[in-house]
Design a protein around this ligand. Structure first.
Ligand SMILES: [Zn+2]
Length: 274
């Protein structure tokens, strides 16, 4: 599933490739992907409109339109939003096509259809589940070590489960939760309330370092993810625990352990993570 680094990579690609170009036409090919309005109305709003900027909030992509509307896209499990400069044959499961001036196309493809599109008419409202209640952005410069330590004060619950909870912190999913906790040397089975000040600071540093490095690498491509130009990322080659259960720990050489937390497969080193 695309997490913060993947959505941020898509955002950067689209900001460079799509902003300012007029949308000549729009076709919704599968009505289910349009979540909070009639597909015909979405087509009408997008036609002759243009994107003026793209923002990201957690795993949501927010496309600002000249008309004042905001197109919100969630990529779900398998969603892809990408530009095709020279239109070629449509891949299966292409649910939305926007033709841009100059002949390029912005396409939304989603095999499993857990993703979706929403249109907002004003500031972020409460009509989109999860968006309004989202926690702080981990890479926000305003989220200093000091703020983070204070923010975690009095919060509890299984550490990995809480990192996956978008209300605690935005944009982290199964890949980066495991990678961040390994980098911290902290077990995913700990309780958030048990972290001392040094561990909270380590979590802050490693969370920001791992997410920044993953963005620099264009995100992680496990199965479906591609960036806004249809290209895979490279950070999967630098995963140290995710998907490596039973393989040797890159630090101590012992086999990595696996367990399930919040129904999600979790990989960690029992020796290096305490
Ligand atoms: Zn180890």
């Amino acid at each position: 599933m695309p997490e913060l680094p993947e959505v941020e990579t898509v955002r950067r690609c689209l900001a460079a490739a799509v902003c300012g170009r007029r949308i000549v036409s729009c076709e919704v090919r599968h009505p289910d992907v349009v979540r909070n309005l009639e597909p015909a109305l979405l087509e009408e709003v997008l036609r002759n409109n243009r994107f003026t900027g793209f923002r990201r909030r957690g795993k949501y992509l927010l496309g600002d339109l000249e008309s004042g509307h905001v197109l919100v896209v969630h990529l779900g499990m398998t969603g892809r939003l990408f530009v095709v400069e020279t239109p070629c044959e449509l891949a299966p499961h292409t649910h939305l096509i926007m033709e841009l001036e100059g002949g390029a196309e912005l396409r939304f493809q989603d095999v499993r259809r857990f993703g979706g599109l929403y249109l907002l008419t004003g500031p972020l409202d409460h009509s989109i589940p999860g968006l309004a209640a989202m926690g702080p952005e981990p890479l926000d410069p305003g989220l200093t070590e000091e703020h983070w330590c204070r923010y975690l004060e009095g919060r509890r619950g299984n550490l990995k489960a809480r990192l996956l909870d978008q209300r605690l912190v935005a944009g982290i999913g199964n890949i980066y939760a495991d990678e961040i906790l390994f980098a911290c040397g902290i077990s995913p089975q700990r309780d958030l309330a048990s972290l001392n000040r040094v561990e909270r600071i380590r979590l802050h540093r490693q969370m920001r370092r791992i997410l920044t490095e993953a963005i620099d690498d264009g995100g992680s491509s496990i199965r479906d993810y591609v960036d806004g130009r249809g290209q895979p990322g490279g950070f999967q080659n630098r995963h140290r625990v995710y998907g490596r259960k039973g393989q040797a720990c890159t630090v101590c050489g012992r086999p990595l352990s696996g367990c399930r937390i919040s129904g999600r497969s979790t990989v960690f080193c029992e020796h290096c993570q305490r």
